[in-house]
Ligand binder design. Structure first.
Ligand SMILES: Cc1cc2nc3c(=O)[nH]c(=O)nc-3n(C[C@H](O)[C@H](O)[C@H](O)COP(=O)(O)O)c2cc1C
Ligand code: SF4
Ligand code: SF4
Length: 264
């Protein structure tokens, strides 16, 4: 069973690739969180949890979800992180929590994907993004093959000072940077409601006048900012006029022949 959480679609793309190639069930953790569905997962095949890397770690909400979830059937647990380039040593925490919940750790690997961290730098154009995704298809292929055979996977990226990045820096980031205090909505907003719909934790509510309000439990997935059709959501003035990014759909790529069929 492939379980994925996504902000801007990169992790959904990778999870759909895996599910398609190993013919496994796909579960959206966004839906589980948004609609408060039970955290009960049952499968005879290994579980694969996929999430974006946030500050050299798995998003805290996903770590908490894994700790609380009930897994039945298989006891094998894999982790996949989609990232711009660095996963730190987040695999250490993932290995530890797998042991805590009494499951068998089958490894972690990061898949490089386009950057969606709009406050951190320039986001890619759609052709730059396509190139980055294409370059990662062999990684997805290799991971599909190993997971299909239930072989251990290992990370391939290397982060300088990984222990500090995934330790102290990640802790400080989650403590002080993950919030919606500086989120603003400009006059370009058309009250379409898309931001409310895409927020995985229901942190956005449109007022009766159609103005989005942020409710102080944002997890900084950056879905609303990147997906707003009017580019009306900003983080202070740091993102004004900056390019947005949303991952192309896996199915569209497949239909246009961009994904080669994989055979065991
Ligand atoms: C808050 C935040 C923090 C991020 N931190 C990292 C990081 O530490 N290392 C990295 O390589 N990419 C980082 N990124 C980039 C994302 O991990 C990457 O773009 C990911 O594929 C997004 O997946 P999604 O589209 O499924 O949300 C960060 C993105 C966000 C929004
Ligand atoms: S998605 Fe953008 S335009 Fe639509 S309601 Fe939200 S902020 Fe306004
Ligand atoms: S409000 Fe926060 S959690 Fe909700 S979509 Fe926007 S960035 Fe993600």
């Amino acid at each position: 069973m492939i379980l994925y959480f996504t902000g801007t679609g990169n992790t959904k793309f990778a999870a759909e690739y895996l599910a398609d190639h190993i013919e496994d069930e796909l579960v959206s953790l966004n839906d589980i969180l948004k609609y408060k569905r039970p955290l009960e997962f049952s499968s005879d095949k290994a579980f694969v949890v996929c999430a974006p890397i946030h500050a050299w770690g798995f998003p805290r909400i996903i770590v908490r979800l894994i700790k609380r979830a009930k897994f039945s059937g298989s006891s094998k647990l894999y982790f996949i992180g989609t990232m711009q380039s660095q996963t730190g040593d987040c695999d250490k925490e993932l290995s530890r929590i797998t042991a805590e919940i009494g499951m068998e750790y089958m490894g972690f690997c990061g898949i490089p994907m386009p950057n969606n961290y709009i406050t951190g730098g320039k986001l890619p154009t759609s052709s730059q993004a396509d190139e980055l995704i294409e370059a990662s298809l062999p990684v997805m292929n290799e991971l599909s093959s190993r997971i299909f055979q239930e072989l251990v996977i290992t990370k391939t990226d290397c982060t300088p000072f990984a222990a500090i990045a995934s330790g102290a820096v990640n802790a400080l980031f989650n403590r002080f940077a993950v919030n919606d205090k500086k989120f603003i909505v400009s006059g370009q907003c058309t009250s379409c409601g898309k931001c409310e719909k895409v927020c995985p934790v229901n942190n956005i509510k449109l007022s009766s006048a159609g103005v989005p309000h942020f409710r102080d439990y944002c997890i900084n997935c950056f879905s609303c900012i990147n997906r707003c059709p009017s580019e009306a959501i900003d983080i202070g003035n740091r993102t004004i006029g900056k390019r947005r990014y949303v991952c192309p759909e896996y199915e569209t790529w497949k239909k246009s022949g961009l994904i080669e069929e994989w055979h065991d």
